[in-house]
Design a binder for this molecule. Structure first.
Ligand SMILES: Nc1nc2c(ncn2[C@@H]2O[C@H](COP(=O)(O)OP(=O)(O)OP(=O)(O)O)[C@@H](O)[C@H]2O)c(=O)[nH]1
Ligand SMILES: [Mg+2]
Length: 174
């Protein structure tokens, strides 16, 4: 099972809609997720699919109830929200120290990269205290730069989700 987590309004639901292949236009508006969305994501050939559970940022205090049998987490950070990035790092740290998540793969996703006032990758990683997190992490972290709005980085994220080297551990835990 794969979870999609991150602070409120970081763009999780929007990004999952994009990954699922929903039509994104001006009419697509997301509402804050006060619960869980399930998205069916297909691989690039369209032959295989997997379910991603998108849990609202407002539910962070109870994310831990959904950690059993998790193999992967897509952790979404809003790179345009300077005030939120360091809090996102603290929240990520709380996942890294969770015993049930010790051996998982994490896609650290710097999102909303279409916005001109976003933080650049290196600055965002600095604010997240990434090098410190990485030293302590037992998990494998991979960094992505994405935009649910333009679709940037979305195919790379899809390939990570279906990477044969990591898929086995994720499906074994399904
Ligand atoms: N410019 C830009 N805006 C985005 C992007 N992704 C999401 N947004 C906007 O950010 C807002 C929040 O997006 P959501 O996908 O609902 O955020 P969320 O992380 O699911 O929020 P919660 O469900 O509250 O945890 C919406 O108004 C989106 O239109 C993006 O890549 N670029
Ligand atoms: Mg949401």
């Amino acid at each position: 099972m794969c979870l999609c987590l991150g602070p409120i309004k970081s763009g999780k639901t929007f990004l999952m809609k994009r990954l699922q292949g929903d039509v994104i236009d001006d009419a697509v508006n997301t509402v804050p997720t006060n619960g869980i969305n399930h998205f069916t994501i297909k691989d690039s050939t369209g032959k295989f699919d997997t379910i991603v559970r998108d849990i609202g940022g407002s539910m962070a205090p109870i994310w831990k109830h959904y950690f059993d049998r998790v193999g992967k987490i897509i952790y979404v950070v809003d790179a345009s929200n300077l005030c939120q990035i360091s809090a996102a790092g603290v929240l990520l740290y709380s996942l890294l120290v969770e015993p049930r998540l010790r051996a998982i793969k994490i896609a650290l996703t710097l999102n909303k990269m279409d916005l001109s006032y976003r933080q650049m990758r290196n600055e965002a990683l600095l604010i997240l205290q990434y090098s410190r997190l990485q030293k302590e992490a037992t998990q494998t972290l991979t960094i992505f730069e994405t935009s649910g709005m333009t679709g940037e980085g979305v195919e790379k994220l899809r390939n990570w989700l279906f990477d044969p080297a990591t898929l086995k551990s994720a499906t074994a835990n399904k």
